[in-house]
Design a protein around this ligand. Structure first.
Ligand code: CA
Length: 716
């Protein structure tokens, strides 16, 4: 039963996006005194320090600050200095940028905010006015992980594929360029990085069928300078791109000619980690999963499919290939290698001399240490439970368990597609030589999708998770299964490749990490708990209830003689939407916040207004067993990602069990088939679902409503 619920958790996802987004406040604001003159040298030399100038603090992306005013001795005096209400609800994954006393952050739908970093006073807000219908292309909520700053501009990747440069002083658009084919289901959720005048940006969409790449644009003009594709052109011809030579020499031969990748894009999106290695003057980025997931469908030739699930290094100025390391050859499970990439010096050279390394804890569950100059595998060990490989060979290639290449025979696997570590930023303390991993245990049962051939459409991964799942789950099973998913903070010794200490969490989705020279590790959680741990022992020293999801990467900075710690909060993102976690009296799906702490402050975070929902089902039970089963399968496939597994919503998007639209077949059809709520993001699904399937989903949702009420009545 354990795996059954998890199966539903993942399913499909799709996409009934009922979004709501309040209007941002007026952009008129006092002008700031100085314009940030941030350049590569300043980021290299000054950060992280008093400021937080790039996504992970500095180019090495360690998320470790030398600030040490806040320590294990005084952290108990940490209090709320200020809070700021973001203009959106839904998930918030942004790490702030702090430059010249101004904080720049983003929220859902790619809104950008400039705030006084000392007081939280708003300077300006920029809304790119995204068409809400693009929300259906977002696998994991319409989130954004932050901006970049360079020169006098702020750069943001917009969920609809735009890359925009804003005037840092006013928020006015300086240039805007479309980085993707907007007819395809591309999205941008990641933070840009800027190196020597080039803005680096990738994209997402590999669940829905796109071809991945990373691009470099001129920070000054917005002109494309280079692009590196991560999978071949469908005809294996050159693209006139920086990646051409790599595909001609090593990439193309790792793909067959007759798989679905030719029409489905192949995947390999660069949706999160992009790191500048100033020593090698190279850009190192993480590549995502294959599209479709199931390699038997994607590429029956059985090749490694470069550069899926790889860490790739290219020349920073030209984008020309330098090296790659593939964590998961022939990806079959959504095992992205897009997770945090950290550069560091470890005593792994001759006689313990420093050696510059690349470290990553990708979804597949192994912690990798590679040589930064060559990509050569140094070591790799599992950082949590995994059962898909018996280990790594001397070159770092996984030794797969044969059954993991699932067929009609399902394989229950750890980790599942959520990964042993997802986007939540990892950190590294160079003084203690410890990495801090937000790790999780979320298994999945994979099987070949019997509907693959008849449903060639978005969110068709070729993997199925409903085989054998009963429509009527036993009472209480949801809570049991939810409680059984695990999350933990691991302090990992990358030299010994073993944990130093571990903190077990009470839920799976733990947040990003900040490490400081005050020997502290800060981490939030989806349930709103924000904690400071002793970096050497894992002892919990301080905590504060954020009253919303706290999963983004925190940052720290100082102004005057005060050190500040900031975390952005919000309820949503992929896991929350799917699992319905945390919707209780303290965590509300109202607007997200920026919450900033300092020593001696005594501010409070307001208790959110809870939204009262009338928990009544608007129709009597109906439907045959076959119809209900069909409803479950298609709900799981198309609706889960936004409206929640088992039709239990997170509270962010409408809970369909109580929806007025579920009360009549006509009203339901008007929404799901005809798209009458399209301007709110709930587009028509008539291309994915027949009218019979749409009505079967309604029968399933109505049944789930009655089941839930019966279960609650039995408990009381
Ligand atoms: Ca993915």
């Amino acid at each position: 039963m354990y795996t059954n619920w998890i199966k539903l958790g993942l399913l499909c996802t799709g996409i009934l996006v009922l979004a709501s987004c309040s209007e941002p406040s007026d952009t008129a604001a006092p002008q700031q005194d100085t314009i940030p003159g941030v350049d590569t040298q300043r980021i290299l030399q000054a950060s992280p320090g008093a400021e937080w100038l790039s996504h992970s603090g500095g180019y090495d992306e360690q998320r470790h600050s030398p600030l040490a005013q806040i320590t294990s001795e005084n952290v108990s005096n940490l209090g709320v200095a200020w809070t700021y209400d973001l203009a959106t609800n839904r998930g918030v994954e942004a790490t702030p940028i702090v430059a010249d006393g101004i904080m720049y952050i983003t929220s859902a739908w790619s809104l950008v905010y400039a705030l006084d970093a000392r007081t939280g006073e708003e300077r300006w807000v920029y809304d790119p006015e995204v068409d809400k219908r693009v929300g259906v292309n977002a696998c994991c909520d319409v989130v954004n992980r932050g901006v970049a700053v360079y020169g006098d501009k702020i750069f943001v990747g917009v969920i609809d594929g735009r890359l925009e440069a804003l005037d840092a002083k006013t928020g006015a658009v300086v240039w805007s360029t479309v980085t993707v084919d907007q007819a395809k289901p591309y999205t941008i959720t990641g933070a840009p990085r800027v190196v020597e005048g080039l803005v680096l940006i990738g994209n997402g969409g590999a669940e829905l069928g796109v071809r991945g790449y990373i691009s470099a644009y001129s920070a000054e003009t917005g002109d494309l300078v280079w692009r590196f594709y991560t999978v071949p052109n469908p005809n294996k011809e050159p693209d006139d791109a920086a990646s051409d030579a790599a595909f001609e020499s090593i990439g193309n031969v790792s793909w067959g000619d007759d798989g679905e990748w030719v029409t489905d894009g192949g995947g390999g999106t660069v949706w999160d980690s992009i790191v500048y290695d100033h020593v090698g003057d190279q850009v190192i980025f993480g590549v995502g999963n294959g599209s479709p997931w199931n390699r038997t469908i994607r590429d029956p030739s059985g090749g490694d499919n470069l550069f899926l699930s790889s860490i790739v290094a290219v020349d920073a100025k030209t984008g020309n290939y330098k090296w790659h390391f593939q964590t998961t050859p022939g990806d079959n499970w959504d095992y992205t290698a897009t997770q945090s990439i950290i550069l560091a010096e470890l005593p792994l050279g001759k006689n313990g001399t420093p050696r510059r390394v690349v470290m990553q804890a990708p979804k597949n569950g192994f912690y990798y240490v590679l040589d930064a100059a060559t990509g050569k595998f140094i070591s790799g060990k599992p950082f949590g439970p995994q059962n898909w490989a018996t280990g790594l060979d001397q070159n770092g290639r996984p030794i797969e368990v044969p059954a993991a290449r699932y067929t009609n025979v399902p394989h229950t696997q750890m980790p599942g597609p959520f990964g042993a570590h997802n986007w939540h930023p990892m950190a590294y303390n160079p003084d203690l030589k410890l990495a801090y991993i937000p790790a999780q245990e979320i298994p999945e049962t994979y099987a070949f999708d019997p509907l693959w051939a008849t449903k060639p459409a978005k969110w068709n991964t070729g993997a199925d998770f409903t085989t054998g799942v009963p429509v009527d789950l036993p009472p209480g099973i949801t809570k049991f299964l939810r409680a059984s998913l695990k999350g933990r903070l691991i302090a990992w010794d990358p030299v010994k490749q073993e944990p130093r200490w571990t903190v077990e969490h009470n839920n799976a989705w733990n947040g990003g990490i900040l490490s400081t020279a005050g020997k502290l590790v800060f981490q939030g959680k989806l349930d709103g708990d924000f904690v400071a741990y002793n970096a050497e022992t894992g002892e919990s020293l301080w905590n504060h209830n954020l009253r919303s999801g706290g999963i983004s990467g925190p940052a720290t900075y100082s102004i005057g003689d005060e050190q500040f710690v900031t975390i952005t909060t919000g309820w949503g993102s992929g896991f929350a939407l799917i699992t319905g976690y945390g919707f209780d009296e303290t965590v509300s799906p109202t607007v997200g916040k920026v919450v900033t702490f300092k020593l001696g402050a005594t501010g409070t975070i307001p208790v959110p207004d809870m939204i009262e929902i009338e928990r009544t089902v608007k129709a009597e039970r109906y439907g045959t067993a076959d119809q209900l089963n069909s409803g479950m399968v298609h709900y799981a496939r198309v609706c889960t990602a936004c409206h929640g597994a088992l039709a239990i919503s997170s509270g962010v998007l409408p809970d369909l069990r109580w929806s007025a639209y579920s009360g009549s077949a006509d009203a339901w059809q008007a929404v799901v088939a005809e798209g009458v709520l399209a301007d709110q993001g709930m587009v028509s699904f008539s291309e994915l679902l027949t009218l019979e399937e749409i009505e079967a989903i309604r029968a399933y949702v109505v049944a789930q409503g009655h089941n839930s009420l019966a279960e609650e009545a039995a408990e009381n």
